[in-house]
Design a protein around this ligand. Sequence first.
Ligand code: MG
Length: 371
Amino acid sequence: MKIADVEVICLRVPKENDICEWGEDAVIVRVITDTGLVGLGESDSSPPVVKAIIEAANSNLYCYGLKQLLIGENPLEIQRLWDKMYWSSNYMGRRGAGIHAISAIDIALWDIASQYYQTPIHILLGGKYRDKIRAYGTFIPEDSPEKNRKIASKLKKQGFTSLKFGGGILGDDPHMDYQIIEAVRDELGSDYELQIDLATKWLTYGHAVNMFKRLDKFNLNWIEEPILADDLKGYSKLLGVSGAKLAGGESLTTTYEFNDFLKYAQPDIVQPDITRCGGFSEIRKINDLATMRGTKLVPHGFSTGILLSATVQFLAACQHGDLIEYSQSNSPLFTKLVKNILPFENGYVKVPDTVGLNIDLDEEIIEKYKI
Ligand code: MG
């Protein structure tokens, strides 16, 4: 079996110059073999940038487009191909978007391997620790405390036992941050599992530490990305400031970055995104690093049903992988693109025993939003 082609599809819901929120664009990769087996992957990154990294013609020894490196290769040699892509793109890759593109391909290669061996991905990864994974719902907050109170109430009634909100306006204004969190906490009750995500908008350690202290009374489960993950010292100083756990790492790629983050930032929870950090092959190693340091891994995941399926397969095969993020995006790229998207049911997502990612893409949605 050989790789015959790599196809990159960019999708975008808003028009090109309109604002594009989280979940409103996507890049899908299809790795096509000469046997007819096709693997599917995605990266939650900038679609045109990922496309360019895959499709670029080679420039020099360390500036190869990934597709050119893969054609004619055996798709089952996943780690060797990962290393080949990393090495041959290391001038323009190595971190960031270069690894995002490798992540999408790596996920597609695991999808192919699972179909080839007729064995679920979680078995290939080492075995299934659980049949279902508790899911927490993530929503992007509206611009008033009362609107967010209503969203939280609705999600709790839907069966979520854990919620997170962040992005949007959260982090823009300390007074509004406080009021929104106060309203949502009041609505959910004092013991309900609630976490917030600042998407790095508190910017500095000084502001973050002040907010940690002010929000301590709301019994938050975790506070995510208060500042950029590059500020390792800032993270380490925030540790233990409040009762809330410190979480972060969704923007990081490769074991190199996660090793430093775990060692020097010392978060309570680390959050690699399987579609950005390096795919199945790399997130397994990051999980080992986290386990060695006694750090909980809860993957980031807020894109399409492809990311969701990949994350479910990975967590099923993790000894401590008992919590998954479940997007509450209304984007058709989350709700419709994958026709058989893994559903949220009574607080959990079931782990399917099917072969591969088992994704049924809606070709009409692809045609409608393709750019
Ligand atoms: Mg986040």
